[in-house]
Design a binder for this molecule. Structure first.
Ligand code: ADP
Length: 496
C-alpha cells in the first residue's frame, strides 16, 4: 500500500505553476462561497424566525383584541374598548410595515416603527427588511406576504365591525339581537384569522426546512470541492518534494562522481604531464654526451615524439575542460563540414599519409552542438590514425553518415590494430589505455562519451583484434529529446 502511494506521488506530476494557481483559486473560491452561502443562509433563517415570531405576536394581538371586544360588547366598559384598540394596534403596526415594504421607496423609519408596534424585537428589524426586500418575489416569501395581506384585510373588517359596535353602544342603539350576531361574527373573524396565521407559519416553516436542506447540499458540495482541491494540492506538493529529493540525491551522486573523477584526473594528469618532460630531460642528457650526428638525430626524433604526445595530451585536457564547462549550444550544423574539417586537421598527423580516407555522407544538417560534435569527430578520427596497423598493406579510415527517423548516425571505421573484447568495455573510462600502446593519455574516448551524453546520443563500438574498429555514434534529431536524454545519461555511467 505504502509503495503504491509512493509510486502515485512519483507519477503525480500536475504541479505546473498554472495548475497550482488553478487549484489554489478553486480552493479560495470554494471556501469564500462556503462562507457567503453560510452567512446568507444564517441571515435568511434568522429573518424567517423573526417573521414566525412576529406572526405569533400578531396572533396574540388579534386574539387579545377579539377577547376585549367581546368583553366590551358584554359590559359596555370603555376600558375594554381602549384595550381592544391597543391590542389590535399590534396587527396595525405589522400592516403599516408591510405596506411600506411593498413600496419601492418605503421609508425604513416607518417600517421599523411599524415592526416595533407589532412587538417585533428591534434587533430583528434589519433582517426582516432584508428578507422582504430580497426574497419578496421568491415563491415562499411571496406566498407568506399574500397570506399576510389577506389577514390584514380581515383585521380591517374586524376594525370596521368594532367601530360599528362602538357607535351603536355609544348612541344607545345597541340591542340584544345585535349582541348575539356580533359575537358570532367576531368568532368567525377570529377563526378565519387563525387559519391565515397557521398558513403563514406553515409557509415559513416549510421555507426554513427547505433552506436547511439547500444549506446541507451547498455545504456538502463546497466541502467536497475544498477537500478535493486540498488533496490535489497536497499530492502535488508531496510529488514536488519527492521530485526535488530525487533531484538532490541524483545531484549528490553526480557531485561525488565528479569529485572522484577530479581526484583521479589531478593524479593521472600530473603524472602524464611530467612523463614527457622526464623523457625529454633524459634525451637531452644523452644527446649532450653523443658526438654521432645520426644518433643525435634519433634522439631529436624521440624528443619530437615526446613533445607531440605532450601536445596531444594538453589538447585533450582543453577538450575535457571545454566539454565540462561550456553549456550546450544547440544550433543548425553541417555534419559534412564538421567531419571534413576534422579529417583535414589530421591529414598531416604522423602516420596519416599511409591511410586512405573515404567518406559517404547521406545526412548533413543537424540541430546539435558544434563544439561537442567537433570534439567527438576529432578524437575518433585521430584514434583511427593513431591505432592504424602498420603491418597492413593498405590502411583505411571510412566515415559515413545517415539518418533514421529520430537520429543522425555517424560511423567511423578503420582497419587498425583493433581492441580486445576485454578492453572494449573500459575504453570509455577516464585514463584507460590498453597495455600494448603508448600513444595517448586515455582521455580521448572518455571525453567523446561525455560529449555524446551531453548531446543526448549514444556511442557503441564493434572491434576485433588485428582486424579493425567501428565506432557508431547516434545523435538525436530533436533537441528536446536530446535534453531529456542528457539528464538521463548524466545519471547512468555506462554506455548507452
Ligand atoms: P588515447 O587518448 O590514449 O587514445 P582514448 O580514450 O582515445 O585514449 O582511447 C582509449 C584506448 O582505446 C586507447 O588506448 C586504445 O587502446 C583504444 N582505442 C581507441 N580507439 C581505437 C581504435 N580506433 N583502434 C584501436 N584501438 C583504439
Amino acid at each position: 500500500m505504502t509503495n503504491r502511494l509512493v509510486t502515485f506521488f512519483k507519477k503525480f506530476n500536475p504541479l505546473t505553476q498554472r495548475n497550482v494557481f488553478i487549484l489554489l483559486s478553486i480552493l479560495i473560491v470554494a471556501a469564500a462561497s462556503l462562507i457567503v452561502v453560510n452567512y446568507l443562509t444564517i441571515k435568511t433563517l434568522s429573518a424567517v424566525r423573526a417573521y414566525t415570531n412576529g406572526e405569533s405576536q400578531y396572533s396574540k394581538g388579534e386574539k387579545g383584541a377579539a377577547r376585549h371586544l367581546i368583553m366590551y360588547v358584554n359590559t359596555h366598559d370603555e376600558t375594554h374598548w381602549e384595550q381592544f384598540k391597543q391590542e389590535l394596534g399590534v396587527t396595525f403596526g405589522d400592516s403599516i410595515a408591510r405596506v411600506a415594504l411593498s413600496q419601492e421607496d418605503g421609508n425604513p423609519e416607518v417600517i421599523k416603527k411599524g415592526f416595533l408596534q407589532g412587538r417585533n424585537h428591534p434587533d430583528d428589524h434589519d433582517d426582516m427588511i432584508w428578507l422582504f426586500r430580497n426574497f419578496g418575489r421568491i415563491s415562499f416569501m411571496a406566498n407568506a406576504i399574500a397570506i399576510w395581506k389577506q389577514a390584514d384585510g380581515i383585521i380591517h373588517q374586524e376594525y370596521l365591525l368594532a367601530e360599528e359596535i362602538h357607535t351603536k353602544i355609544k348612541t344607545g342603539h345597541w340591542t340584544r339581537t345585535d349582541q348575539e350576531a356580533v359575537i358570532s361574527r367576531i368568532n368567525s373573524i377570529t377563526g378565519l384569522l387563525t387559519a391565515k396565521e397557521r398558513a403563514f407559519s406553515n409557509v415559513l416553516g416549510d421555507a426554513s426546512r427547505r433552506i436547511n436542506g439547500y444549506l446541507f447540499v451547498a455545504n456538502f458540495f463546497f466541502t467536497l470541492i475544498i477537500i478535493g482541491s486540498a488533496i490535489g494540492y497536497g499530492a502535488s506538493m508531496i510529488g514536488k518534494i519527492m521530485r526535488s529529493q530525487r533531484e538532490l540525491e541524483s545531484k549528490n551522486t553526480d557531485l561525488t562522481l565528479t569529485n572522484h573523477e577530479l581526484d583521479n584526473f589531478v593524479y593521472s594528469a600530473s603524472h602524464d604531464l611530467r612523463a614527457p618532460i622526464t623523457s625529454l630531460k633524459g634525451l637531452i642528457e644523452l644527446a649532450n654526451l653523443e658526438d654521432n650526428v645520426a644518433q643525435i638525430k634519433e634522439y631529436l626524433a624521440l624528443m619530437q615524439q615526446s613533445l607531440e604526445k605532450q601536445d596531444h595530451f594538453i589538447n585533450d585536457i582543453i577538450d575535457f575542460s571545454k566539454n565540462k564547462r561550456v553549456s550546450l549550444q544547440l544550433q543548425e550544423v553541417s555534419l559534412v563540414e564538421l567531419i571534413e574539417s576534422a579529417l583535414n586537421q589530421h591529414r598531416f598527423m604522423l602516420g596519416a599519409e599511409r591511410i586512405k580516407m573515404h567518406t559517404v555522407f547521406r545526412s548533413d544538417k543537424a540541430y546539435s552542438d558544434p563544439l561537442r560534435l567537433s570534439i567527438l569527430f576529432n578524437n575518433l578520427i585521430s584514434n583511427a590514425i593513431k591505432y592504424s596497423d602498420e603491418k597492413k598493406e593498405q590502411s583505411f579510415l571510412n566515415v559515413e553518415t545517415y539518418a533514421t527517423d529520430t537520429h543522425h548516425v555517424i560511423i567511423v571505421e578503420d582497419n587498425g590494430i583493433g581492441i580486445r573484447p576485454e578492453d572494449q568495455k573500459h575504453i570509455f573510462d577516464m585514463f584507460f589505455v590498453t597495455q600494448n600502446t603508448n600513444k595517448g593519455s586515455g582521455l580521448g574516448l572518455y571525453i567523446v562519451k561525455e560529449a555524446v551524453d551531453k548531446l543526448g546520443g549514444s556511442i557503441a563500438v564493434e572491434s576485433e583484434k588485428n582486424a579493425g574498429s567501428k565506432f557508431i555514434v547516434q545523435i538525436p534529431k530533436n533537441h528536446v529529446v536530446s535534453l531529456e536524454r542528457v539528464e538521463h545519461a548524466d545519471h547512468t555511467n555506462g554506455l548507452s
